[in-house]
Design a protein around this ligand. Sequence first.
Ligand code: NI
Length: 142
Amino acid sequence: MMVVSETDASARPILVEALVETLIDKVNLRQKLSLFSEQWSPKIVGELNGQMVKLVKFTGEFVWHHHDHEDEMFLVVAGRFRIDFRDRSVWIEEGEFIVVPRGVEHRPVAEQEAHVLLFEPASTLNTGNVDNERTRKELQSI
Ligand code: NI
């Protein structure tokens, strides 16, 4: 890191600017989504307060599962998907989101590819209480 002496006041704005550019940057969802095509494999695009912002693409049916300790938010960036609960289903359209409370069994289903932003604690496993071929334990940051 650059060191600026207390007396060198003229250099301070440059340091601040450099820090802002390094640590604080906007995220463009379309640009991030252009970086991967793999399905059912969430990518980390942000982190705050122990929560992760993730992007995922998927088509078809996921596995029924629940999360013992985490509430999970799904926000549709492009396309649409259906989330099945044991007693009903809800379609989530582009620009809409749903929060699935901890403990509630759910299954995302997309007839055509959906692009979805997830917001949930870092510890959240995509398949919750289920461990199968869809489980992703190590997520990539993009
Ligand atoms: Ni889930």
